[in-house]
Design a binder for this molecule. Structure first.
Ligand code: NI
Length: 199
C-alpha cells in the first residue's frame, strides 16, 4: 500500500473519460488499497482513480459520521445514516447515479485536484447509486446530503468533469473562510469574464 500523487487541475488526464472496469486484477486491488490510503492521507472526502492518473471507473468516498447532537429532551438524536454511510470507505466501481425526487441543493464543494479553493455547486439531495464493489458484485445504495454530493462529484471525475465546471459564481480561496475576515459584497456582474482566466 502506498500514498499516490494527486494530479492537479492543469493535468489533461483529468479531462479524459475513465474506462469501465471489467475485471479485478492484482493491480486493481493495489490501486483500490492505495486510493483508500491516499484519500485519508490527504483528508479528502472522496478520490477518483483518474486523480491518481488511472483512467478506470473507480472511486472511494469516505464521509465521517458526525457526532450525534442532543435534542430538547437531552437525548442523542440519530444522525441520518444516509449522509455518512457510517464513515465506511465506500468503494464504487462502474457507477450509475439515479437522482431521486425533484430536490436539488446548493452547497460549497472542493476537490483534492484544485487545492485551496471552494465554490458553490448544485447537486441532487437524494440519489440512488447502482455500482459494483471490489469483487465486482453489484450493490445499490441510497445517499443524501454530503454523501450524495461526494458520490456525484467523484462520478463526474470519471467523465472528465471537475466541479469548477459547474461552480456558481466565483471560485473562492479557502483563506476567505478565516473568521476575522469581514464579509464583502462582490458585484460579480461587474467583473468581465476574460479577467477571470486562470494561468
Ligand atoms: Ni474532486
Amino acid at each position: 500500500m502506498a500514498i499516490r500523487n494527486i494530479r492537479m487541475d492543469d493535468d489533461e488526464i483529468l479531462r479524459k473519460k475513465s474506462k469501465v472496469v471489467k475485471e479485478i486484477t492484482p493491480r486493481t486491488e493495489e490501486l483500490i488499497d492505495d486510493m483508500i490510503d491516499s484519500v485519508h492521507e490527504y483528508n479528502g472526502v472522496g478520490l477518483a482513480a483518474v486523480q491518481v492518473g488511472v483512467l478506470k471507473r473507480i472511486c472511494i468516498v469516505t464521509v465521517e459520521a458526525p457526532e450525534p447532537v442532543e435534542n430538547e429532551d437531552g437525548e442523542l438524536e440519530e444522525v441520518n445514516p444516509l449522509i455518512h454511510n457510517n464513515g465506511e470507505d465506500l468503494i464504487i466501481i462502474n457507477p450509475e447515479i439515479i437522482p431521486q425526487e425533484d430536490c436539488d441543493v446548493t452547497d460549497n464543494e472542493g476537490c483534492l485536484s484544485v487545492p485551496g479553493k471552494f465554490g458553490l455547486v448544485t447537486r441532487p439531495f437524494h440519489i440512488t447509486l447502482k455500482a459494483f464493489d471490489r469483487n465486482l458484485e453489484p450493490f445499490e445504495l441510497e445517499a443524501e446530503g454530503l454523501l450524495a454530493r461526494a458520490i456525484c462529484h467523484e462520478c463526474d471525475h470519471m467523465d472528465g468533469i471537475l466541479y469548477t465546471d459547474k461552480v456558481e459564481g466565483e471560485l473562492h480561496d479557502v483563506s476567505e473562510l478565516m473568521p476575522e475576515e469581514e464579509e464583502e459584497e462582490i458585484d460579480e456582474e461587474a467583473i468581465p469574464e476574460e479577467e477571470a482566466t486562470e494561468e
